[in-house]
Design a protein around this ligand. Structure first.
Ligand code: ADP
Length: 495
């Protein structure tokens, strides 16, 4: 548990300047370029980070390759790798309060949520993959008697991990822990507006005994260091979470360079479907509200399209509006806050433009729609609900990544499936109904990586997360994630 006293003690601590981690050394970018980091809580300057360029990325990849080839990690005994990953988890837990406060200052997420969702889940992720290391076996293929065919699973080499700003530690840990557990080296590229906790995590990795060069961190602009990583001829795999636009670029970089594997976890426009026979409509409204407004809607799996059966539309929207208006919005470092700051001024402007566009398109604005708490100097948007949103409108189709809920009525099951699947995305979804058969039919018909039933959100490391359609490919979490970071190799032995 975290207490308000612990938060208040360090909430204004100066934040050290961020450097690049290359070959175990903390260094400036070669050309000295830096980026200013401000806090979305109040718009105040927090620190500066290095703005890496192609030369820095090249050094980072070279050091990752050298570490991989040396075998210091890639060929280390599984028990040793397990020990180091477990130590990383221990140290994340030791520093959980510091990481949570730093993260909320950097990206604006409400700390009551991020304390577990960010450092808490990062520690659990390192532990999960640490435990997996010495429990996985190769295979013996069922060949004819005169042959012994073995199937080995090998680390691939150098992994480039490009991560977003909404949950940098959680998502960064999914990629790092899985890639490192099987022996890869990694070059990590955090998002411009959320690098600080990942730099601290990198320091923790060194402290825990991860050999120099196995993890390298290049901070800075996506168009510089991210592009250089994507185009590098000696990166074997890219693992990415972020927007579809950048995902497309990564595929182009791969095609233009060494055909590196590219795994994309992209956006969503997830349908949250409420049938009139749902057992508890009050609970459905509350959970649906948190399912879109938590972290100011900056969640790739957020339930941003609420499909409600026509017969209960009016009453259910009333409940949603009451829940939204009851949420406590404000300082992310106040433990009672349920909705913190939007990550950046640019993201806030984008959200407000979507709200204005929806009004112009004729959707009914039921609550919110505007900036709030402006006197703080930070970036806050009131939880926003639009009713009767046309399924083909921009608000219903684009991933906004903000606290805006689109309510869309439907008539029956068939109608609900049609509207739910009328999107290029396929990440998450939910169905609220007391009819078990209907729930199972919906699970089969909805195109998405996950279908929640009678809840929204909730996940576990044991369960894979990945998108269908233009929400991406490949899986984070669970043992399935290891497929991204390993090659199969067979040995065919004539007896
Ligand atoms: P968002 O639109 O939500 O900010 P992005 O997809 O732009 O998400 O960013 C996710 C990550 O991709 C960040 O680390 C960002 O720096 C990086 N990125 C942005 N542009 C590029 C690019 N052209 N090439 C590689 N990485 C990029």
């Amino acid at each position: 548990m975290i207490t308000q006293e612990q938060v208040d003690l360090i909430r204004n601590d100066p934040v050290a300047k961020g450097s690049l981690l290359i070959g175990g050394d903390w260094v400036s970018s070669r050309d000295g370029a830096t980026l200013d980091v401000e806090s979305p809580i109040n718009g105040h300057a927090l620190t500066t980070i290095a703005d890496a360029g192609a030369a820095d990325v090249d050094l980072a990849v070279t050091s990752a390759r050298a570490a991989f080839d040396s075998g210091v990690w890639s060929r280390a005994a599984p028990l040793h790798r397990k020990k180091v990953l477990n130590r990383i988890a221990d140290l994340i837990e030791r520093d959980q309060v510091d990481l949570a406060v730093l993260g909320s200052r950097d990206n604006g997420t409400e700390i009551a949520f991020s304390y577990n969702a960010e450092p808490g889940s990062a520690a659990a992720t390192f532990r999960y993959y640490a435990e997996a290391i010495d429990k996985m076996y190769g295979q013996i293929a069922p060949t004819s008697e005169d042959v012994l065919a073995l199937v080995h699973r090998e680390a691939i080499g150098v992994v480039g991990a490009i991560v977003p700003w909404n949950f940098p530690l959680m998502i960064g840990a999914w990629k790092l822990a899985a890639a490192l557990s099987v022996g890869n080296s990694v070059v990590l590229k955090p998002a411009e507006t959320a690098s600080l906790t990942l730099l601290k995590l990198a320091a923790i990795c060194l402290e825990a005994g991860l050999p120099e060069g196995v993890l390298n961190v290049v901070t800075g602009q996506g168009g510089k260091s991210g592009e250089a990583l994507g185009l590098h001829m000696d990166v074997d795999v890219l693992t990415f979470t972020g927007s579809g636009g950048v995902g497309r670029r990564l595929l182009e970089y791969s095609a233009a360079s060494n055909l590196k594997r590219v795994y994309l976890e992209l956006g969503g426009k997830s349908p949250n479907i409420v049938f009139s026979d749902a057992a508890d409509l009050d609970a459905a409204a509350m959970v649906s509200c948190l399912g879109i407004f938590r972290n100011s809607g900056q969640v790739c799996v957020s339930g941003s399209r609420l499909l409600v059966q026509e017969s209960i539309q009016a009453a259910f929207v009333e409940k949603l509006v009451a829940c939204a208006q009851g949420l406590k919005l404000g300082d992310p470092l106040d433990l009672t806050t349920q909705m913190g700051a939007v990550n950046s001024a640019a993201q806030l402007s984008k959200n407000l433009a979507y709200a204005a566009g929806a009004v112009a398109d004729g959707a009914d604005l039921r609550t919110g729609g505007a900036q709030t708490n402006a006197k703080s100097g930070g970036y806050y948007m009131a939880p926003t609900i639009f009713d009767n949103v046309a399924p083909s409108s921009r608000l219903a189709c684009d991933e906004v990544f903000g606290p805006i809920l689109s309510v869309i009525p439907f008539k029956n099951e068939e109608d609900a499936v049609r509207i739910a699947n009328s999107t290029e995305f396929g990440l998450a979804s939910a169905v609220w109904t007391a009819d078990l058969s209907k729930a199972h039919r919906m699970v089969r018909q909805i195109r998405a990586g996950v279908v929640h039933v009678n809840t929204y959100g909730g996940a576990d490391l044991t369960v894979p997360l990945g998108g269908h359609g233009q929400s991406g490919n490949g899986y984070d979490r669970s043992l399935h994630a290891l497929d991204k970071f390993t090659n199969l190799k067979s040995a065919w032995i004539k007896l």
